[in-house]
Design a protein around this ligand. Structure first.
Ligand SMILES: *Cc1c(COP(=O)(O)O)cnc(C)c1O
Length: 459
């Protein structure tokens, strides 16, 4: 398709590059000072806090259901890993650190390293589900379980929630089905927890979903329905089937407030971890967060949570595959999710199966349009190279989980530098903190991961 025929390309010339599948950084022209965004928002900090409280109420239940959560008393959280920690283990005096390697991989000539402190947020190791989806997916299943139990007199708010594990409650839950459309990881987080609580679970998989993700779910007794269509169509089919049956609860990744709030709790958790590390975040100590983005729920929710806590001091960038930049085009065309990636002639073909989404969530767009600092895109080639760099440092991350690694490189380019100037923070960058959010990978079977690494090392 000739991208010049795209009318909005003349409004935003950079969209033409997007349509050609080239990596770009687009700074968000709709970003507003935080205090001007809170008026009229349907959600606020109280909602984030309430979600955190609900997770706390369920912590004993989760610890009982999943033995790996016992040492952490039912709290599903990941480590914040300083780059220094990995370097000292692996580098042993070699001159090229992780940051340098990531920048080289990202195609940035790394003469000028970005300044500041660097961390990985290790959501690829989130317990139970092995991806960022553990935050939102598990939370939504818990919301539904709590609601059902309260409405049916099986639980009172002041009760010990371990009551929910009684055979009588499990038998009651077994009458209900929790359904979801997924590229894989959301299905895993919803399916495993739904089954553990006693529900039936159905996952509608898009054609991108990996075989091992389907097998894992089937081993846990989840019904996997495979669709030949893409993610949006799989969600739509799941939604339609669920609508016919009052005993089916559908987790709608394109419009779920519950998923969004589950993700947002990450903000509170990260703040506590940064404080433990002695990291200050304020106007002259900016925090940069680079988040892999599919339909937008996970990065959107996390951004929302962080903005409530840090306001203008936090700068959140969304990272998408060059062939699946649905949030990028939604934000930059001015057309929201009315525009799909197919309208630009893109294919959705990417090794980042978890980010292979052609149309953004309208709920997320409504909530974060004025909060996101910008979007950038990454090629499959970059993702594989990042994968190899991290594997060398003992981190097992799937391609989807690595898109954020291109972030620091983009800050060094012209558009990134202009952003820093526009925000008045170019001179504080030596006091900046950067978080590369790794979002999935620890459940990838070993042979599959080995083939990723081999693929990455091929020229
Ligand atoms: C789903 C997913 C994301 C992005 O989440 P969305 O809510 O779809 O934007 C990022 N990384 C991985 C590994 C995922 O599975």
């Amino acid at each position: 398709m000739n991208s010049m025929s795209v009318p909005y390309a003349s409004r935003y010339p950079l969209l033409e590059k997007v349509a050609q599948g080239q990596p770009v950084l687009l700074v968000n022209q709709e970003l507003r000072p935080f205090h001007k965004t809170t008026y009229n928002q349907p959600l606020n900090f109280g909602d984030v806090q309430e979600a955190a409280n609900r997770l706390q109420r369920f912590a004993p239940v989760l610890a009982e259901l999943f033995p790996q959560l016992r040492p952490v008393r039912g709290c599903i959280e990941s480590e914040l890993i300083p780059f220094d920690l990995l370097e000292s283990k692996v580098e042993k005096g070699r001159s090229f650190g992780i940051l340098h390697k990531l920048l080289k991989t990202g195609g940035v000539s790394a003469d000028a390293l970005p300044q500041g402190k660097f961390f990985f947020k290790a959501d690829h190791q989130l317990p139970v589900a092995g991806s960022v989806k553990a935050r939102g997916g598990i939370y939504e299943v818990l919301c539904f379980a709590e609601e059902l139990a309260l409405q049916n007199g099986l639980l009172a708010l002041q009760d010990n929630y371990l009551k929910l594990l009684a055979p009588k409650v499990k038998a009651f839950f077994a009458k209900y089905t929790i359904a979801v459309g997924s590229t894989g990881n959301l299905g895993i987080s919803i399916g495993l927890v739904a089954k553990a609580l006693g529900f039936q679970a159905v996952v509608h998989m898009s054609r991108e979903a990996k075989g091992w993700k389907k097998r894992l779910l089937r081993q846990h007794g989840v019904l996997v329905i495979e669709h030949e269509s893409d993610y949006s169509a799989a969600v739509c089919q799941g939604r339609m089937q669920a609508a016919k049956d009052p005993l089916v609860y559908f987790v709608d990744d394109e419009s779920s407030v519950r998923l969004f709030l589950g993700y947002s709790v990450a903000g509170l958790r990260l703040k506590a971890q940064l404080e433990t590390q002695g990291i200050v975040v304020d106007d002259c100590h900016p925090l940069f967060v680079y988040l892999p983005c599919g339909v937008g729920g996970a990065p959107g929710g996390i951004t929302f949570g962080l903005k409530q806590l840090y306001g203008d001091a936090v700068h959140c960038f969304f990272a998408e595959p060059t062939q699946a930049p649905c949030l990028t085009i939604a934000l930059f065309s001015g057309l929201g999710n009315k525009l799909s990636i197919y309208d630009l002639g893109l294919t959705l073909q990417t090794c980042a199966d978890g980010l292979a989404v052609g149309r953004a969530s309208s709920l997320v767009l409504d909530l974060v349009t004025h909060l996101v600092a910008g979007c950038f895109t990454v090629t499959d080639h970059q993702l594989y190279s990042f994968l190899a760099v991290l594997a060398d440092h003992g981190l097992k991350v799937e391609p989807s989980g690595l898109a954020g690694c291109a972030g620091p490189g983009w800050l060094l380019c012209d558009a990134g530098q202009e952003y820093l100037i526009s925000q008045g923070i170019k001179d504080c960058m030596d006091q900046a903190t950067h978080i590369l959010w790794l979002t999935g990978g620890s459940l990838v079977p070993e042979h599959e991961f080995v083939s990723f690494v081999e693929r990455a090392k091929r020229p």
